[in-house]
Design a binder for this molecule. Structure first.
Ligand code: NAD
Ligand code: USQ
Length: 411
């Protein structure tokens, strides 16, 4: 177990998962330092969209948190991917006990928009991860690195076996005809450039754990839903960002927002895609559990599957339709992905360490709809549909048709 109160660097702490994590850790008495280059806010400006909820500046968020709790959250404006020397010096000077790494471009559709967006996502994510590892070694800092990875590193294939937590047991035939049993990193099978960067991160972690004895935990997280946590509810100006647009909005949150504002739920294809989900409050809780259970020096990378339930997209749509009476439309899928898949995932490690999952049944779906209704006026309905196509050929077959509120196939 790690010591009671830690100095913790939260990289990407201005974002959707990072902000509530920073608040929760600060609330528990940890010395929290957010490092962020605010690129997510710039991407909003680039795309011409905004968070559904009105998000204050990071400085205003810090001020309000101090005013209501007497606790300080520090903020440092650093581009982790671009400013290697700056992040190295920061780590060398502040010497945190733990570093939580959220600081990556995280939207699959954004990563597929154009060659520029592909390059940005690869450069940003891979360099950010490598710069942190490189710098920790350089300043001789044995901090526990906790990274937010994704369930998408595994692919979502249904081969009739549960996805294990990071490692797969395999039998290898040796040259002298015997059988050797070993464990390997589960074969990477990314479904977008974004997911591919998370697969690359995995290799960087494996190497640095082996070569430099770094203590690393990789959290393979499912799709996060919800927007509030205990701390973000404390004050209107602590509200979390909440993305609804076609690039950054994730499926369950998007469906809840669409239902709230009377926009048909946009099911891609048949909606037979099965995905893993976790509520934001549980995401924060899992990160705290991971922080308290670091691997030992010399251990391989610790991997947790950070998800609590799996659902098929069309079942989610029907559930929300039952709840709200909303309309559902099936639109051509802009992504290259299996139309139908099953998904069974092991998550025993977090359950054994005390996670008591918040499921879709807990009534929190209503809270999200209520928030979406409150900020309805901030929604640009023309930005709801997802238009980023996975291949040039898919792009050619789609037209954005605001009339029918979705994508249409050409011809
Ligand atoms: P987000 O975009 O809201 O937050 C990411 C934050 O990192 C932003 O504040 C951004 O400004 C910052 N950032 C990006 N590049 C940076 C750089 N080079 N230097 C400094 N700061 C940088 O994303 P999120 O939804 O909070 O996701 C956080 C992490 O969790 C991501 O790594 C993502 O892959 C992972 N994750 C998210 C989800 C989800 O459903 N949101 C699910 C699984 C995994
Ligand atoms: N989908 C719809 N309709 C929509 C939006 C999405 O049917 O309006 C479908 C997509 O086609 C896809 C599924 O819903 O099959 C999930 O899409 P998503 O945008 O919710 O999730 P994804 O692109 O996988 O990315 C999100 C986060 C990412 C994280 C990942 C976890 O943005 O950071 O890594 O979820 S996971 O999916 O488990 O890999």
């Amino acid at each position: 177990m790690q010591s009671e109160h830690m100095k913790i660097a939260v990289l990407g702490g201005d974002g959707f998962c990072g902000w509530p994590t920073a608040l929760s850790l600060s609330d528990k008495g940890h010395d929290v330092h957010i490092i962020d280059n605010l690129s997510r806010r710039w991407i909003d400006a680039e795309l011409g969209v905004q968070s559904l909820t009105p998000v204050d500046s990071i400085q205003e968020r810090q001020r309000v948190w101090y005013e209501i709790t007497g606790r300080r959250i520090h903020f440092h404006l650093i581009d982790i991917a671009g400013d290697y020397e700056v992040i190295k010096q920061w780590l060398g000077k502040h010497r945190p006990d733990a570093v939580i790494h959220f600081a990556e471009q995280r939207a699959a559709p954004y990563s597929m928009k154009s060659p520029h967006h592909k390059a940005y996502t690869v450069n940003n994510n891979v360099n950010a991860t490598h710069n942190i590892l490189n710098a920790l070694v350089e300043v001789d800092l044995d901090a526990h690195l906790v990274h937010l990875g994704t369930m998408g590193v595994y692919g979502y294939s249904s081969i009739g076996a549960a996805i294990p937590e990071g490692y797969l047991g395999v039998d290898i035939a040796t040259l002298d005809g015997r059988k050797k049993t070993t464990e390997i990193l589960y074969p990477a099978n990314p479904g977008s450039i974004y997911h591919m960067t998370k697969c690359m991160d995995q290799l960087l972690f494996a190497y640095y754990a082996k070569n430099d004895g770094m203590r690393i935990t990789d959290l393979h997280q499912g799709i996060v839903w919800g927007t509030h946590t205990t701390q973000t509810r404390l004050h209107e100006q602590l509200i979390n960002r909440f993305d609804y647009d076609g690039d950054y909005g994730t499926v369950l949150n998007r469906f809840l927002i669409q239902a709230a504002v009377g926009y048909p739920l946009t099911v891609h294809g048949t909606g037979g895609q099965t995905r893993a989900f976790i509520h934001l409050q549980d995401s924060v809780k899992c990160i705290e559990i991971a922080l308290n259970n670091p691997p030992k020096k010399g251990d391989r990378v610790e991997v947790f599957n950070q998800m609590t339930e799996t659902h098929r997209v069309r079942d989610l749509a029907r559930l929300i339709q039952k709840m709200t009476g909303c309309e559902i439309i099936n639109i051509p899928n802009p992504r290259k992905e299996a139309a139908e898949n099953d998904l069974v995932v092991k998550n025993d490690k977090f359950l054994n360490l005390g996670l008591n999952p918040i499921t879709l049944k807990e009534g929190l779906l209503d809270e999200v709809v209520e928030i979406a209704r409150r900020y309805n006026r901030r929604i640009d309905r023309s930005r709801i549909v997802a238009t980023s196509a996975w291949t040039k050929n898919i792009a050619k077959t789609l037209i954005h048709d605001p009339e029918s509120k979705g994508l249409k196939s050409v011809g």
